[in-house]
Ligand binder design. Structure first.
Ligand SMILES: C[S@@+](CC[C@H](N)C(=O)[O-])C[C@H]1O[C@@H](n2cnc3c(N)ncnc32)[C@H](O)[C@@H]1O
Length: 232
């Protein structure tokens, strides 16, 4: 098995489905948005923006948004959606030293990106660098027990999972990691965790995707964090 999925080849298929997909529209996004602070007039980074749904949402609420993604195809798709309303750049969210000075942002939002990254210690340190003191980090990622993901060779081991995603027609690869692999590097980078979310699926989800609702009522798909960068 090679590394985690590169989104470049599947960007168009992803963009065609992601805005309406119940798992995202009715489960992931309401939970992520609920953790965000007021964004109007604030500098916000959409880290791993994909085709730009969140950057668009943030810009509509008055945030000054910069969106970054590693995939050139995703950057192009997000650029088409966002036009002149925000800056969209190609880059690695784990190393933005050539792009942003220290303390450039009030808020970092990263939706469903971290499970594609190997070394979260580096990523959280980089995000602490570009956040202002007291700034907020909100992210979602695959839950460590995501829908009963096979936990062999063991919950505590980080492993590269291969999974067929029917809606994309693609075998995806991502890292499954235990909870401590999120919490420990966050603390080491100078963040204090304010909230951890494991939401129930909503009634809207039940109506739109009864099978998904039933699965998510037993086992979480994603986990949600809000963390604050310490001031000293
Ligand atoms: C599941 S998509 C999520 C996109 C978007 N946040 C959303 O919720 O629709 C994951 C995105 O992370 C991007 N990505 C993965 N690793 C990255 C990295 N190291 N730096 C920047 N973007 C990355 C991929 O290119 C892809 O667009």
């Amino acid at each position: 098995m090679t590394g985690p999925t590169d989104y470049d080849a599947i960007a168009a298929r992803y963009a065609a489905g992601i805005d309406q997909r119940p798992y995202n529209a009715l489960y992931e996004r309401p939970a992520t948005v609920a953790l965000l602070p007021e964004v109007a007039g604030r500098d916000v980074l959409d880290a791993g923006c994909g085709s730009g749904w969140y950057a668009d949402w943030l810009a509509r609420r008055g945030a000054r948004v910069v969106a970054v993604d590693r995939s050139a195809s995703m950057v192009a798709l997000a650029g088409e959606r966002l036009g002149a309303r925000c800056r969209v750049i190609q880059g690695d969210v784990s190393d933005l030293r050539d792009v942003f000075p220290d303390q450039a942002f009030d808020v970092i939002l990263s939706s469903l990106v971290l499970h594609y990254l190997d070394d979260l210690a580096q990523t959280f340190h980089e995000w602490a660098r570009i956040l202002r003191p007291g700034g907020t980090l909100v992210f979602s990622t695959h839950h460590p027990v995501r829908e009963g993901t096979q936990l062999d060779p063991g919950y505590l081991r980080r492993e590269l999972i291969e999974e067929n995603w029917g809606w994309l027609g693609e075998t995806m690869r991502y890292f499954r990691r235990p909870l401590r692999d999120l919490t420990e590097p966050l603390a080491a980078a100078g963040f204090v965790i304010e909230r951890i979310g494991e939401p129930d699926p909503s009634e809207a989800m039940r109506a739109s995707d009864p099978k998904g609702f039933e699965r998510l009522s037993r086992l979480p798909g994603f986990i949600f964090f809000r963390a604050r960068k310490l001031t000293a």
